[in-house]
Structures are given as C-alpha cells and as structure tokens.
Design a protein around this ligand. Structure first.
Ligand code: FAD
Length: 201
C-alpha cells in the first residue's frame, strides 16, 4: 500500500486500453500508477522478440484500423502523433492469403491491383468487390462518427446514414453483392478482418 501512496489512481494491467485511460487521467491531473503482471507493457498490442533475438513481432494485434477514428488519434488528443513520434506504417501489400490448394491472393493498397488479383478467379467477383468498397468508402465516415457518438449525444446511426445519397442506405442494395468463387469469399472475409480500408480520421 505504501508503494502506491503517491498515486491517486492505480490501474490494473498495462494493456493499451489501460494505458490510454491512465494517460487521459494523467493529463487531467491525476497521478496514476500502472501495474502489470508481465514485464512488457502493452498487453496484446505490443512488439516483442517472440521468435528470434533482434526480430520484433506483434504480440497479438496487427491492424490498428478502428482506433484511427478514435479522437485519441483523429484529434491527436494526447499528442501521440505530434509530440511523441507515433507513426503508422502502411505495408503494401496489405495482406497475403494462402489457400490449402496452394493458390493465393494478395491484397494491395491500390484497389485496382487487388481487383486484378480477384479477377484471376472471377471477373464478376472483382467487379462486386470494387462496388462493395466504393459503397463502403462513400459512408465509412458515418461508421466512424457513429462509433464515437454515444447514444443520446447526437443523431443515431439510422439518422446519419439515411441522409447519405448512397445505395447502401437502400434495402435493395443489401443483396446486390454476390461473390461466386469460394476463394473470393474467403478473401473478402480476410479483407474485412484485416480492414485494408483506411478509415478517415
Ligand atoms: C491473436 C490476436 C490478434 C489480434 N489482432 C488484433 C488486430 O489486428 N487489431 C485489433 O484492433 N485488435 C486485435 N486483437 C485484439 C487486441 O489485442 C485487444 O483488443 C487488446 O489487446 C485489448 O487491450 P486491453 O488493454 O483491453 O487488454 P490486454 O491487451 O489483454 O492487456 C491486459 C493486460 O493486463 C495484464 N493483466 C491481466 N491480469 C492482470 C493482473 N491480475 N494483474 C496485473 N496485470 C494483469 C496483462 O498482462 C496485460 O498486459 C487481437 C487479439 C488477439 C488475441
């Protein structure tokens, strides 16, 4: 207890959520002590020499996509980008999926290059994917705003999306994307979790 006497707040765990909370509390003038069971801070969002000395890899989290729309980064509220040297590297290719039959699909930052890859399996699927991404790009800022608009503090998601001139808001567009190739479908799922669509900050 005496070791924490100089702290107003003791934070259990030094994962990125705890670290962010502690940083905001500190900025608000509270003295925080962050404790972790492990010697390495960051929890699942750390870089560690897990395989070979000198080679740091992500402990768990690799794609820091959704957090880009968080005011923490979108408004750089803690000065991570401006003052603390945080820099995001965008690898290109974004991802590479290998299938059990030896085939593979590579995902690039350039959507047309990715569509060329999908077209190796199905040109129709490449067209569907291009359309899906275009429709998502047209409304992705709504998803970002909704994520950081607590219920009762602004318009609902339905209200925000309703005023957008996008086919995404119409019920009939929901079934307009069809992917015939199992590989295209597997790729799309992979793309969604890898979230290669950089969100607007
Ligand atoms: C394999 C994998 C891949 C992932 N990939 C992504 C990704 O690409 N993109 C993405 O956004 N998210 C990804 N995630 C999710 C992301 O890692 C978590 O959402 C994130 O780590 C949660 O952060 P946190 O601070 O809440 O908890 P954690 O990161 O789990 O941190 C918890 C911390 O608390 C410590 N702790 C626990 N119990 C105690 C205790 N009793 N006393 C002291 N310390 C304690 C732990 O040691 C740890 O450091 C992935 C998760 C996994 C498992």
């Amino acid at each position: 207890m005496s070791a924490d006497a100089d702290a107003d707040v003791v934070v259990a765990g030094a994962g990125h959520n705890s670290l962010i909370a502690a940083a905001y509390l500190t900025r608000a003038g509270h003295r925080c002590r962050v404790l972790d069971a492990r010697a390495v801070p960051g929890g699942g969002v750390a870089s560690e020499e897990l395989l070979l000395p000198g080679h740091r890899v992500d402990t768990c989290s690799t794609g820091h996509t959704l957090i880009q729309t968080n005011p923490l980064l979108a408004r750089d509220e803690l000065g991570l980008l401006a003052d603390h040297g945080l820099e995001y590297i965008e690898p290109d290719p974004v991802g590479h999926v290998v299938f059990p039959d030896g085939e593979s699909l590579t995902m690039w930052l350039d959507i047309e290059r990715t569509c060329d890859e999908i077209a190796r399996f199905s040109r129709a699927d490449a067209d569907s994917y291009r359309r899906l991404i275009a429709e998502y790009d047209a409304v992705k800022d709504v998803f970002a705003r909704q994520r950081f608009t607590p219920i009762g503090f602004g318009p609902s998601f339905a209200e925000m999306i309703a005023v957008r001139p996008s086919r995404t808001s119409s019920p009939e567009s929901a079934g307009s994307f069809s992917l015939s190739s199992p590989l295209s479908r597997a790729y799309l799922l992979s793309a969604l979790v890898s979230a290669d669509r950089k969100p607007d900050r």
